[in-house]
Design a protein around this ligand. Structure first.
Ligand code: HGY
Ligand code: MN
Ligand code: MN
Length: 414
């Protein structure tokens, strides 16, 4: 049965703009950190849009939102699509949002086209895909897939000392975290629409990317403890300056990522907290974050080992204490062939050029792929820029990606 699918790109674009204004940053930047008042307003707005589309809403104990279109066969497993709406500080307006609002528009288009899906179709808004508040990304999808235990989640505390437990209960989410995990087979398939967050599609002028693999992410928190002291009274030979040690370690981390022999290895130190942070006091404690990734698991683990070795050498050389707390070290994910095929068939049906592509960013699909056949569809973002206020995806590319998503959901839910 051929559907006459029409994507309402104007409404979708306007919804993306409306959501971008629910933010703790000045436009064009977007900041929306999980369970802040701004995030709660955004969640309420999104739920309202899903209810207006006739979908049935439920939220789980960690705040994952499920907006369901009931299929004709209640016993059949569901087809899932979705992404996140939380945004790191000073981010753009498309990361995650394209997959949530594009997913909503794809479902609306299918309902307008009078599709009668056998399998229910569920739009998900995952809680805290970004690591901003609790230090670990994909919090909602990790709990859904069992990649993170409820005990470990209960131990998460933000930098102001607020626990995940406190903030989720304050948000009215009072079920136990044990209830979040989904059984294997809950989803027959899962597809996430997302901007590429890289330069390939934009550079190659190809409007769609069918993701084949998602790189392996890892992150750690490293604390360097020095002696501190008076900036005037302590002579240079007598110093154990935590910030100078951190600086040496940051460059060693960069060198380690550059020297694996592959451009697929990346490492980033995005956070550097200096204590006591006074002009005339030698830094006594520095905390840095390390984000390390590779498409190849063994190479990523080799990088983590090189970081450990570098930390040990700096500690010895400068007589400072260095402790590393690993926050996550996840395996890469292969996208399911059936989903890759379904997405490719949708692109061919509409005579759209597409590329098989690797995702260097991580996504909730990385974890949902552990409990369901999962895949992703990318659209270009200008210059590959993301996690920046000038992140940009065109209305046309968003509409095209949404149309391909709708076609794919139709074929998977038959
Ligand atoms: O960091 C990432 O890869 C994702 O955008 N949170
Ligand atoms: Mn992101
Ligand atoms: Mn994202």
């Amino acid at each position: 049965m051929s559907l006459s699918l029409q994507i309402d790109s104007a409404r979708l674009a306007s919804e993306i703009e409306t959501l971008a204004l629910i933010s703790d940053a000045q436009p064009p930047a977007v900041t929306r950190v999980v369970f802040t008042p701004t995030d709660m307003r955004a969640r309420a707005w999104l739920i309202g849009r899903c209810e207006s589309a006739g979908l049935t809403i439920r939220q789980d104990a960690v705040g994952n939102v499920f907006a369901r279109w009931q299929g004709s066969d209640p016993a059949a497993s569901a087809i899932g699509t979705g992404s996140h709406i939380d945004a790191i500080p000073n981010a753009g307006r498309y990361d995650g949002v394209v997959g949530v609002l594009g997913g909503l528009e794809a479902i609306r288009a299918l309902r307008r086209a009078a599709l009668r899906p056998r399998h229910s179709i569920e739009l998900l808004m995952f809680t805290s895909e970004e690591p901003t508040r609790f230090g670990i990304g994909c919090l909602g999808s990790r709990l859904l897939s069992g990649a993170l235990s409820p005990e470990a989640a209960r131990g998460l505390i933000d930098k102001d000392g607020e626990s995940l437990e406190q903030v989720r209960l304050n948000a009215g989410l009072d079920q136990e975290l044990e209830s979040v995990r989904l059984p294997q087979g809950y989803y027959r398939a899962f597809v996430e629409l997302h901007i590429e967050q890289g330069p390939v599609l934009d550079r190659e002028r190809v409007p769609l990317g069918v993701v084949t693999r998602i790189a392996a992410p890892a992150s750690a928190r490293i604390t360097i403890e020095g002696a501190g002291g008076h900036a005037g009274g302590v002579l240079m030979p007598d110093r154990h300056d935590a910030l100078c040690a951190a600086a040496e370690l940051v460059l060693a981390i960069e060198y380690a990522a550059r020297s694996t022999g592959s451009v697929d290895t990346v490492a980033t130190v995005g956070i550097c907290e200096v204590f006591p942070g006074a002009v005339n006091s030698i830094p006594s404690r520095v905390r840095i974050s390390v984000d390390a990734r590779d498409t190849d698991l063994a190479r990523r683990d080799g990088l983590l080992q090189a970081v450990e070795t570098a930390a040990h050498q700096v500690s010895e050389r400068r007589a400072v204490g260095i402790t590393t707390e690993q926050l996550n070290a996840d395996a890469p994910a292969e996208c399911a062939l059936a989903i890759v095929e379904a997405l490719s068939a949708a692109c061919r049906k509409h005579e759209q050029k597409f590329l098989p592509i690797i995702s260097r960013a991580y996504h909730d699909t990385l974890f949902i792929s552990r409990i369901a056949p999962a895949g992703m569809l990318f659209i270009p973002c200008r210059g590959g820029y993301s996690h920046r206020p000038d992140e940009y995806a065109s209305v046309e590319d968003i509409g095209r990606g949404t149309l391909m998503l709708a076609e794919t959901l139709a074929s998977l839910s038959a």
